[in-house]
Design a protein around this ligand. Sequence first.
Ligand code: PEP
Ligand code: MG
Length: 950
Amino acid sequence: MSAPIKYVYEFAEGGREMADLLGGKGAGLAEMTRLGLPVPPGFTVTTEACRAYLETGQEPPELGVEAARALAGLERAMGRGLGAPDDPLLVSVRSGARFSMPGMMETILDIGLNDQSVQGLAKASGQERFAWDSYRRLVQMFGHTVMGVDGDLFEEAIAAHRTARAVADEHDFDADELMALTEEFKRIIRRETGADFPQDPAEQLARAVRAVFDSWNTGRARVYRHREHIPEDLGTAVNVQVMVYGNLGDDSGTGVAFTRDPATGAPGRYGDYLPDAQGEDVVAGVRDALPLSELKTLDPRAYVELGDHLRTLENHYRDLCDVEFTVERGRLWILQTRVGKRTAEAAFRIAHDLRDAGTIDADEALRRVGGAELTRLMFPRFDTASDDVPLAHGVPASPGAAVGAVVFDSATAVRRAADGEAVVLVRRETTPDDLPGMIAAQAVLTSRGGKTSHAAVVARGMGKVCVCGAEALTVEPQERRFTVGADVVVREGDILSVDGTAGTVHLGALPLTASDVAAALETGTGQDVPAGTAGGELTGAVLGALAHADSVRRLEVRANADTPEDAVRARALGAQGIGLCRTEHMFLGERRALVEAMILARDDGAREAALAALLPLQRADFTGILRAMDGLPVTIRLIDPPLHEFLPDRMDLAVRVACAEHPDPRDRELLAAVERMHEQNPMLGLRGVRLGLAVPGLMAMQVRAIAEAVVERRGAGGDPRAEIMIPLVGTVEELRQARAEAERVLAEVAAETGVDGERPSAAGTGGDGGRPSGAGTGADGERPSAAETGVDAERSSAAGATALDLPIGTMIELPRAALTAGRIAEAADFFSFGTNDLTQTTWGLSRDDAEASFFPLYLERGIFPVSPFESIDEEGVGRLVELAVQAAHAVAPDLETGVCGEHGGDPASIHFFHRAGLDYVSCSPFRIPAARLEAGRAALEGPAAADSSK
Ligand code: PEP
Ligand code: MG
């Protein structure tokens, strides 16, 4: 019989390994208790209890009994009863999910206070004001969170009392004022809900726990989970903990501390401290906190003790930790710890420093950074040479450079961003309700709050630029403006530059410059670490992580590049060849006239003349790219889009013809052609290999241009490695016929130029490692599969017939191609998965149409966890990739496979392609460093699919 489910754990019973059950916060509290740190005692209600509640709408029956038992234990340990009239025990009730969701769910403090116990607390603490402040906080939080009263009603009551007393802050209320306020809060609750604030401490506790469960499903929590890809069904744990007080006077306070700087990763403890306050005040940013270093003077003993605990925690977790702590009359308590959220910059730097210190090894350091973070570091920053005087300074809470139009509320940010505008969200301070606007904005700017305020923590987690606590700003959301001093007024829509690295705000758009990291990646080879330069620590950390990724990864990384300039850049960034050179852009611009001439040709002679004029231009295109990628493979895809894409717009032409008094005969001709070629659904029409087979001479021209470029480069002493790729094949017969045509042309060029078919050796290039050197050549007989399967004989003889032996392969971008990959492999030297089209054709949708219509709805409803065009749909499209790789390798074990759709640069997809056993991923040049990094991280995850061991 299985053991009964246990829903409640005392802190002393848990540990960090139980985070699924106890949530991150609960596991951290348990671990600190185990380590002997000064943690106020308490217990955790598990995520399992929450899930049961969310499923059935009722707490599991055992929960009440277990919670009562745990509470009794707490009361015994503390020698006080919950809410006892003379000297009450009070507890906090806090959410704590498996993954941190800062500020997204509920917290209720001071549970146990009522009309009697508030007197007891006043007596026991000797502070009447403190007791009434605690009680009014409880009534306010409980009224809003548990009883559903609009929080603004309480805020308005506070504001009215402030005005009546002519004080700036509720901090200045005396005990009588707070007593009156509490009574008023109770009246508000009665008026709004028809019920009284509950006086029974046990009822308060039970209802608070339930409210935390319910807060899992608030709109803002859902938005946050969606953005952070946190599963919907995890539920939250609830931590019930004995209250300690930072608001007992000047010898008390509360703060947040990090073991290193979470914005830059620089070593040294870091954080905020707010004297005479409760923890929520720091996070809410309602009063400006002091730098943690001030605690050294305010309370040297607590400061030293805190430092010891920070060290213990970092050594124990072997990572950046953050803690929330409270000093109660000189006694230090640690209320929470977790592995801290950090910026991309800090992630690289901390991993590198911990590795240097020997705290973690190189593999672990690589696991702790990611491709998305690396890409973020490659974005431009503001030009430091600019001598613009900042409008204001604030806390550099989350680095990066952003320019956008000022907006003052979340809804406007969302609306204007949806219209394609870059916006900067400016608030006094943010609350969890601002989350949609923060997501939509390029940057977040607040006038209040420190590095640990809500704005700072959330922006950092999102990688969003943030400056907070820019005190010079007076933000007036109602007026839709902020002012700086007497003279400067900034209104909604004005352009602002926000420098999250320097913590400055500038009027207008500042010039941008390349990031240090991007510059280092483009100039360095990824091996040498520039020391002592500005940003040297960061670039050193990035290059170090990349060097290790390169040393462990199995996947090659190639580039999608169509021009020599892109090829040069890609190579500098570490590309090991070109996985996709699209040729269609080579038919645009001035060449359009030639393409039109080819399309409109009335006879073979006219068409041949047009193609002959295109040939030298194409040859020059390919020569340039092959030169830039000398020694590395360059996979050139023959033209793919339907030809009418190169003709003028049908509607424009029709209007021109209809409106002209004497229409240009050429316009008429063009219009007739456009109408003839019009397709209802061009994505599924005359394109790809179909076009190559249907339009006489087009494919031959392109193959000839490639072949002649190869001959030219060889003549110049180069080592061109062109490969010919046929797009959109659905059946092996298409590929066979296209291949025969290509080989005929290659043989022709070989005969004309006297090229003997010798390919230069692959040795020493470093880029050809994954390619079977015999593919498509006379060396095919050496393939292990040839004798067994017999099918390679065809490929080998077909290929052997050419003297200019360029590999000829195909894209797999139709489900039929994937399902018949074993047959198609008979005629292919390589496969490249075109996952853009494969996703469209598997799902039966057109990307452009779908993204503009129902995608947002699908994402919002969770039908797509993430767009299948961004991250590979493993179950569907990915399954086709796996099937195709397996089928192809069954007949041709050495057949090279890669991916060249957008997914080739997406971190999660790269891990999938590694597992599926592909040889390479190909992506845009800018994403190459991230792809290298992720390919390395994928290799650390365990063995690739058996297929990859070939
Ligand atoms: C693809 O379909 O994945 C691909 C790379 O081709 P394109 O995006 O050019 O259609
Ligand atoms: Mg495609």
